[in-house]
Design a protein around this ligand. Structure first.
Ligand SMILES: [Zn+2]
Length: 82
């Protein structure tokens, strides 16, 4: 086998390798986009707007967790104020 042939073989293998990697990446991105059509804004727990609602957080004396005052729920303990 000549040196040129070896180089050519390596080049072909590299092209195939990177081609498969690229295709796998494209397929992964497509499958992600299909399962989650709207990432970010449509999440169940969206990021809190900066500066807003910070003062509305209330702390439970019993369970010591912070919750938004409007949606505060009881943690299930007897002395929980919510
Ligand atoms: Zn509580």
């Amino acid at each position: 086998m000549s040196f040129t042939k070896i180089l050519l073989t390596i080049a072909v293998i590299a092209i195939i390798w990177f081609g498969f990697k690229y295709l796998a990446r494209v397929a992964e991105i497509r499958s992600r986009g299909g399962s989650r059509p709207a990432p970010g804004p449509a999440r169940p727990e969206p990021a809190k707007p900066l500066g807003e609602d910070v003062q509305d957080m209330v702390k439970c004396r019993v369970c010591e967790t912070w919750q938004p005052a409007r949606t505060a729920r009881s943690c299930g303990r007897g002395a929980c104020p919510y």
